[in-house]
Write a protein that binds this ligand. Structure first.
Ligand SMILES: *Cc1c(COP(=O)(O)O)cnc(C)c1O
Length: 229
């Protein structure tokens, strides 16, 4: 399939998932995850009007960002080591993997130095798999409360990764759990404004994630494909 065909097909699947769950199409943002593809393919994606680009490692992203940075809105979706914050701050507007206070502190410090703000998703390990990064759900409330002191890091929502399941339907409880956690946190009202965003759903499970309230889906292989480099 060509890139255009893949984009059209994903768009149709996103629209149908919205319709099934009574949501407006514009509540769901698609991030093209370009970690498996070249600068050239990333440029082709931008040329198709997709603006949100996701990368999980600075080493993979650097060449693309240097060539195309200003054309996109960049999302850091992978585990972020504290010593890599200096590389990504000021370049990536969104961090999807905020999972510890030491990281928040470093993001805030480096963002303050550049006089920029960064939008962050608290990554929560809903599935409980030991291989997954993220806060435990029980830690989320106190973490969110602590985040008020970091003026350059705005927590806008929550992120999770579901376990890989042969049937996407089996991921539903994980996505539902993240949405419930968001709603519970908003009941406790730790933030001046409610947190609204849910970053959840990848190529194999994004339709279920949308049905459960995803506002950002992170799509790699199904949308931009995979290239051997
Ligand atoms: C790679 C990656 C994705 C996209 O993966 P696909 O299955 O190819 O859609 C989404 N989120 C994160 C955190 C990733 O690392």
């Amino acid at each position: 399939m060509s890139l255009i065909e893949r984009i059209n097909q994903v768009e149709q699947q996103v629209s149908e998932a919205c319709r099934r769950s009574g949501r407006n199409r514009d509540e769901v943002n698609v991030i093209a995850v370009t970690k498996y593809v070249s600068v050239k393919m990333t440029e082709a994606v931008l040329n198709q009007g997709i603006r949100h680009i996701g990368e999980n490692r600075w080493q993979n992203a650097e060449e693309k960002w240097r060539a195309l940075g200003e054309r996109g809105i960049w999302h850091f979706i992978g585990h972020l080591q504290t010593n890599k914050v200096k590389d990504v701050i000021g370049k990536f507007q969104y961090i999807h993997s905020l999972d510890r206070l030491s990281l928040a502190k470093e993001l805030d410090k480096k963002a303050a130095a550049l006089n920029v703000n960064v939008s962050a998703f608290m990554q929560v390990n809903i599935s409980g798999e030991s291989t997954k990064y993220g806060l435990q759900p029980e830690q989320a409330a106190s973490f969110l409360e602590e985040m008020n002191r970091f003026k350059h890091v705005n927590v806008i929502g929550l992120m999770t990764m579901a376990p890989f399941e042969t049937s996407a339907e089996d991921t539903r409880p994980v996505f539902r759990g993240l949405r419930q956690l968001r709603d519970d946190l908003n009941q406790l009202a730790f933030t001046p404004e409610p947190i609204t965003e849910l970053s959840m759903g990848m190529s194999n499970d994004f339709e279920v994630a949308i049905e459960e309230g995803a506002t950002w889906v992170r799509l790699g292989s199904i949308l931009v494909g995979k290239e051997e480099e």
